[in-house]
Design a binder for this molecule. Sequence first.
Ligand SMILES: Cc1cc2nc3c(=O)[nH]c(=O)nc-3n(C[C@H](O)[C@H](O)[C@H](O)COP(=O)(O)OP(=O)(O)OC[C@H]3O[C@@H](n4cnc5c(N)ncnc54)[C@H](O)[C@@H]3O)c2cc1C
Length: 375
Amino acid sequence: MRVSTTEAEVLVVGAGPAGAAAALDLARAGVSVLMLDRPAQARAKPCAGGVTIKAAQRLRFAIAPVVRESVSAITMSHRGRWVDRFEAAAPVCLMTHRPELDAFCLTQARQAGAALEHIPGIARVTQDGLHTADGAGRVTLIASDGQAFRGRWLIAADGAHSPVRRLLLGQPDGATAMAIEGLLPREALTDVAWPGMRFDYASQAGGYGWLFPKGDHVNVGLYTHCGATHGISRERLLAYSRARLGSDALEAVKGYPIPVRGDQQPLSAGRVLFAGDAAGLAEALLGEGIYGAVFSGQMAAAAILGAGDVAASYQRNLQSWRRELAVVRRLARVYYRLLPVPYALLRMGLHKPLMTGFAEGLTLVQSKRRWLTRQ
Ligand SMILES: Cc1cc2nc3c(=O)[nH]c(=O)nc-3n(C[C@H](O)[C@H](O)[C@H](O)COP(=O)(O)OP(=O)(O)OC[C@H]3O[C@@H](n4cnc5c(N)ncnc54)[C@H](O)[C@@H]3O)c2cc1C
């Protein structure tokens, strides 16, 4: 059988937040870009769809059409004993339903000129001319149905299990964070009032339980920053849902890793740049990954569009975010180990600079820095 090869200047594998952000910037700059992803029905990505203000500000377009609720107050609790409502003067998080958010971001990239093809999986990635300065080098991806795709660069934005990363570099070392979620339809909430956004610390060892309201359902989940060592399970999720919402009629229950070791992983392999979860760029305190995905996708595009050494420039672009990831990972270890002390500090006033920082689109480290300089 003769198989044709599809060519583009840049191949982007994975059309989630990282891939769509990269493809949009490249297409807008006039670069031919081809996104490769699995068919929509195979894509269902577990994600609570909470878009922080810093993530919303990073996107090149407003996501108002897919925002289901805009949140400016968060209820937090520790073991259900302390329950506090922390408010900000402006929204701190936008609630989206992930399939809707992904479809919206993908549409923006396609309207800018990026193409999309569906592939069933990835069999091989090969590279030639790695060190040619004249741009003659190429990277080739062979899909599991034999289709071949060739480009000058490949951005691997193919998620936490990144098949491209596995093929080129093997599995990354170290535990990842983990989360499990389910969707509780509004009709199932009979005895309990419609909840606001809520974090319950200590409902899950090394993490928290969450409620994210989305209009017709509540996204209910558990997060732990230390992966398998603090086992997350369907049973615990159901028990948490019963305790908070009086029902465990959750749909679409699914657990998934959240890679948070991006400061320790290589960002590239020859003509391949890793972005988003494929590069471990989520933060460990809350497991927020959409910001790191969008930011790194844009930075990968900027490195390809710029002059000079693409891999070095990508590394430079992500330097401060990766430094922040390392700081936040240490912070997460201390925070969850010392609970309830850190929670008591939140109650005593630490929530104010945090909520203000979130509302202004600052990262955790930026919020802390600003708070310290104002003391
Ligand atoms: C339960 C849960 C809840 C979360 N909630 C939040 C939240 O509220 N807010 C937040 O900021 N972060 C949250 N996160 C983290 C966030 O979902 C991720 O960090 C983010 O989706 C990473 O984006 P990405 O584009 O790198 O990868 P993904 O969104 O995973 O996209 C990867 C893409 O690659 C494609 N792909 C994978 N394999 C192949 C293949 N073989 N061939 C072709 N394509 C392939 C996939 O289909 C997918 O479209 C949550 C994570 C989990 C697990």
